[in-house]
Write a protein that binds this ligand. Structure first.
Ligand SMILES: Cc1cc2nc3c(=O)[nH]c(=O)nc-3n(C[C@H](O)[C@H](O)[C@H](O)COP(=O)(O)OP(=O)(O)OC[C@H]3O[C@@H](n4cnc5c(N)ncnc54)[C@H](O)[C@@H]3O)c2cc1C
Length: 578
């Protein structure tokens, strides 16, 4: 295997594989590397349940999809990106259909679509409640067709190689052998997904540590809108396993300990027996998660060993519908809670789910560093603004995976020179990893630092925040960064040294946590998923702008603001439930 490729993708999830396919189809002469710390089918995309948004029915329109997305994002989305996204999403979903994705269908053979939170029309395509699994399978199998795609499965990227403002590749560890190699490339696309593990209670897989965000940040590319963390309103207590929004789209109710459909008290409409779009249980995720906190404050939640919960009631949907449309939900409830949703209430509480922010990119995935692109959850384009609507992300990874693939292919075709300086950098990185992360030492334990970071994030950067708690958190995270310098690595083996990988992931998460807290501290307003108790109103005069956070050479953060692109929808009040 030659260690030089035209385009190198860090990540083999939905965005990475879509980009790989696009590059292979754009130019069959380009060599494409897919570097992934897990086997591609284990990427987090596989666990997506509910579906992918794209206008397909005659009673829907691209403008309505755009408006739902923009109002759902509390006017922080770049509207030119959203307009392009809603136009390309249906084409991408159809393309997957042609590659074999088994979308669920209506009895007459039409693609079936379901309602999703904050959406005015039914436009969420699904494959029962295992949508991500089927999408990723389709992409993975399609990628196998192309000989130009070379996979580095179970290789962990530790550094971007940068010379004179341009990216020339990565350094990565082969997990099986412990070998540390430079893999050079004409262009690199980060497709590393999100960072939910910065928090203690999340739907995100253990591998979601914000690796790509930290890699870009350390290399000099700014991150955007990091303060916007999405809590999904319905996670199972203790495990944080997601109970998909599709349960509410099919007609599930959220009830408090008195049996009341409490969302009616939070400006989300009136309870109806059947689901009403953009209303009650089909309101946006930020509003539903905030309502939960208020219910807890009123004493209306149910206390459990794992904290307060409310109940999701699916009993009235009946066994036949649950088995047909929500089989995975039933399986998860039975396996992890010993509860059968056909006859019992499901305990749920908000859980960290998704990062609206990420590596700042343009519509083609280009970052501020030449040769570096980003797509998928790691990137902030931005189509999700201050609050993503459910089912937009699976379409986003396709649309922007493809666009970044095309742009990177073009860049790599016209920039074929190499840099010798990066080989010296790679040697330095090998030494750093060997000295720093493989010797036995005494000092701080990885698990202790991680627990403290997660606790700090939950307490200060959760559904509601305040300036005081955020500035305390910034100090604590700074101390944790210092303490990380003396972290212990007891395992000295080369083969599958998971302790060393955990330490590297913790380093990524500490960077990401600092950018979240520092971005949140400076945004003195409440918008979407960023709710400040000390600044409860939205402030368009000061903050109709993206936060860009840069890393200074001394490790501190610098924040600046970039205006939001408005095309056709001037900022307005967000209204649901009518
Ligand atoms: C439980 C769950 C359900 C969801 N349901 C939906 C849904 O129904 N609809 C919807 O629109 N969205 C949903 N989402 C969100 C959506 O699934 C994700 O945002 C999306 O799949 C992310 O895809 P990705 O390709 O960007 O990243 P991922 O699929 O997370 O892939 C990341 C890749 O990067 C690789 N990687 C990371 N770090 C490194 C490193 N250091 N070195 C090498 N490789 C690395 C990993 O190995 C992996 O291959 C859900 C998310 C979760 C957690």
């Amino acid at each position: 295997m030659s260690n030089h490729h035209d385009v190198l993708l860090v990540g083999g999830g939905g965005a990475g594989l879509r980009a790989a396919i696009e590059i292979a189809e754009t130019n069959s002469h380009l060599s494409i590397a897919v570097v992934s710390k897990v086997y591609p089918m284990r990427s987090h995309t596989v666990s997506a349940e509910g579906g992918a948004a794209g206008v397909i029915r005659d009673d829907d329109s691209l403008d309505e999809h755009a408006y739902d997305t923009i109002s759902g994002g509390d006017w922080l989305c770049d509207q030119d990106s959203v307009e392009m996204f809603v136009e390309e999403a249906p084409r991408e979903l159809l393309r997957l259909e042609h590659s074999g994705c088994p979308w669920s269908r209506e009895p007459d053979g039409q693609i079936a679509v379901r309602a999703f939170g904050g959406m005015k029309n039914k436009r969420t395509w699904f494959a029962a409640d295992k949508t991500g699994f089927h999408m990723l399978h389709t992409l993975f199998q399609t990628s196998l067709k192309y000989k130009s795609v070379v996979r580095y499965d179970e290789w962990f990227v530790t550094k971007l190689l940068v010379d004179d403002g341009r990216v020339y590749g990565v350094v990565a560890i082969e997990l099986m052998s412990g070998r540390i190699e430079a893999i050079t490339a004409g262009a690199v696309i980060l497709c590393t997904g999100g960072c939910g593990r910065v928090f203690p209670f999340t739907t995100n897989a253990n591998i979601k540590n914000g690796d790509g965000m930290s890699l870009a940040y350390r290399a000099g590319a700014p991150l955007a809108d990091m303060e916007f963390i999405q809590y999904h309103p319905t996670g199972l207590p203790f495990t944080g396993i997601l109970i998909t929004e599709a349960t509410r789209a099919e007609g599930g109710y959220l009830i408090n300990k008195n049996g009341d459909r409490y969302l009616q008290d939070y400006g989300l409409g009136k309870p109806e027996p059947k689901p009403v779009l953009r209303s009650m249980e089909l309101g946006p995720r930020d509003r539903l998660s905030q309502a939960f906190v208020k219910e807890v404050e009123k004493g209306h939640a149910v206390d459990t060993d794992f904290g307060p919960v409310v109940h999701l009631d699916l009993r009235h949907l009946g066994e036949e519908l649950i088995n047909r449309k929500l089989p995975f939900v039933r399986e998860l409830c039975l396996k992890y809670e010993n509860i059968d949703p056909v006859t019992e209430l499901i305990p749920v509480r908000p859980v960290v789910h998704y990062m609206m922010g990420g590596v700042h990119t343009d519509m083609n995935g280009a970052t501020s560093l030449a040769g570096l692109y980003a797509a998928g959850e790691v990137a902030c384009v931005s189509i999700n603004g201050a609050n993503r609507l459910g089912s937009n992300s699976l379409s986003e990874i396709l649309v922007f995976g493809a666009r970044a693939g095309r742009a990177a292919a073009e860049y790599a075709s016209s920039h074929t020179d190499t840099s010798t300086a990066v080989l010296a950098q790679a040697a330095d990185e090998r030494n750093r990893l060997q000295q720093r992360f493989t010797r036995k030492r005494s000092g701080e334990r990885i698990a202790d630092l991680r627990d403290e970071m997660q606790k700090t994030m939950e307490q200060s950067a959760g559904i509601y925040r305040s300036g005081e708690s955020l500035s305390q958190a910034a100090d604590t995270l700074h101390e944790l960064q210092d303490r990380f310098a003396s972290v212990t690595i007891e395992d000295d083996s080369r083969t599958f040294n998971t302790e060393r990988i955990s330490a590297l992931e913790l380093a990524y998460m500490l960077d990401v946590a600092e950018t979240i807290v520092n971005s949140a501290l400076r945004r003195e307003e409440s918008r979407g998923a960023h709710q400040r108790t000390d600044f409860p109103a939205r402030d368009d005069k000061r903050y109709l702008a993206h936060t860009l956070i840069h890393r200074e050479p001394d490790g501190s953060c610098r924040v600046e603001y970039l205006p939001v692109t408005i095309t056709r929808w001037p900022p307005a009040e967000r209204i649901y439930g009518t």
